[in-house]
Design a binder for this molecule. Structure first.
Ligand code: PMP
Length: 408
């Protein structure tokens, strides 16, 4: 099969035409937030220009058109995740809100003192803190699956930490810091055997890998629009319908009720039950368009392109004298973290920016993982559909210049 036509993909992203510090922009920060293709920008603009109105229950034409586009985006998300029904797709602000929703409305009511929630040592803070809050409220405990020196999660290590007190497992599909692709289908199978529900944080997986929530066998799956070439402030939570139907609301307000009376209120069916208030209408429509764009590129084809690219980058980075990769997982997607002897990651990122190359430096909202690897920060190069080996070569060349600057 033909590969990705990079020139065409790049032409779809207007921001890539700009320069930074007099150099053509090389954007290697898609793990923090990807850029948007013109089609996504147009979809949002078109909504505001032509048919925007509040959604649901409106009799007038614009409201009907907005509702159709908004619900069409929900169907697009359903298809993107291969959920069984669009009733299993809840629009949220992003992965963070999705996880908080599950922690609040699914986990917390089931947690008793002494119960356990299982996460891994490579979670993003947004897949740690909501569980800590739920545990604090209920007297439950957070347990942690260790990460190997290679930056991987071993199935045996997961199995060893599931017991009769485990009420939920929450694990990241692809690490935003290490790029590790975790064996979530196998972890989900373990969880199912023991009767433990599982949430997967797909913030970094959805943009890079084909995702099939039914094949993975997960109970919940969370992702953010802005990392998947869509708008910020919108994302989706997939939840198995029987779970959603048994959950109390997360927030109260308009649009999430069937009938309100001071004697008591009846809640709407999912997903409306979890979508209190006016949603990010144009954002959802933009997200639908972004997912359509990814489908158009071919998700298998894109995954293959990116797998080759991130492998090329990891190998080239490791070959730079003084550069050390943090994590060397067998399966990697999206990102490579590294440190450079004698330099701080912030300085590396600043000097790269001077050369028009955008990478991120810091703890990447994974402080426990930083501690695990004995660093306070890393520099991270992350990749998207528009990146190619030419840009990795430019990064490597720039790192050599920085190395000479530091006399290394
Ligand atoms: N999980 C992972 C693995 C992430 O990389 C991120 C974003 N950096 C999040 C969750 C949170 O996503 P958001 O900030 O879009 O809610």
């Amino acid at each position: 099969a033909a590969g990705i036509d990079l020139a065409r993909v790049r032409a779809d992203f207007p921001i890539l035409r700009r320069e930074v510090n007099g150099r053509p922009l090389i954007y290697l920060d898609s793990a923090a937030s990807a850029q948007r293709p013109q089609a996504v920008i147009d979809a949002e603009l078109d909504c505001y220009r032509r048919y925007y109105a509040n959604v649901h229950r409106g009799v007038h034409t614009l409201s009907q058109e907005s509702t159709a586009a908004f619900e069409g985006a929900r169907e697009q998300v359903r298809r993107f995740l291969n959920a069984a029904s669009e009733r299993e797709v809840v629009f949220v602000r992003g992965a963070t809100e999705a996880i908080n929703l599950v922690a609040h409305s699914f986990a917390a009511p089931r947690l008793q003192p002494g119960d356990e929630v299982l996460v891994t040592h490579m979670e993003h803070h947004s897949n740690i803190v909501p569980w800590q809050l739920a545990c604090e409220r209920t007297g439950a405990q957070l347990r942690v699956v260790p990460v190997t020196d290679d930056g991987e999660i071993e199935l045996d290590a997961v199995a060893a930490r599931i017991n009769e007190r485990t009420r939920l497992i929450s694990v990241v599909h692809v690490s935003n810091t290490l790029g590790t692709v975790n064996p979530v289908a196998e972890i989900a199978a373990l969880a199912r055997e023991r009767g433990v529900p599982i949430l997967v944080d797909g913030a970094q997986a959805a943009p890079h890998l084909p995702v099939d929530v039914q094949a993975l066998g997960v109970d919940f799956y969370a992702f953010s629009g802005h990392k998947a070439y869509g708008p910020s402030g919108i994302g989706a939570l997939y939840g198995r319908y029987e779970h959603l139907a048994a959950m109390a609301p997360y927030q109260g307000g308009g649009d999430m009720i069937r009938r309100v009376a001071f004697e008591g209120t009846e809640y709407a069916e999912p997903p409306a039950r979890f979508e209190a208030g006016t949603p990010n209408i144009a954002g959802a429509i933009g997200l639908g368009e972004a997912l359509r764009y990814l489908e158009g590129l071919g998700r298998e084809r894109l995954a293959a392109h990116e797998r080759a690219l991130v492998g090329y980058a990891a190998e080239a980075l490791a070959a730079v004298p003084g550069v050390e990769l943090i994590g060397t997982p067998q399966r990697r997607a999206g990102a490579v973290s590294f440190v450079m002897a004698g330099t701080h990651p912030n300085d590396v990122a600043m000097l790269l920016d001077e050369q028009g190359i955008a990478v991120r430096a810091g703890h990447h909202c994974t402080q426990p993982l930083m501690e695990r690897f004995g660093v306070s920060a890393t520099a991270r190069a992350s990749f998207g559909c528009y990146n190619g080996t030419d840009e990795v070569d430019a990064l490597i060349e720039a790192l050599h210049r920085i190395r000479r600057l530091f006399g290394a």
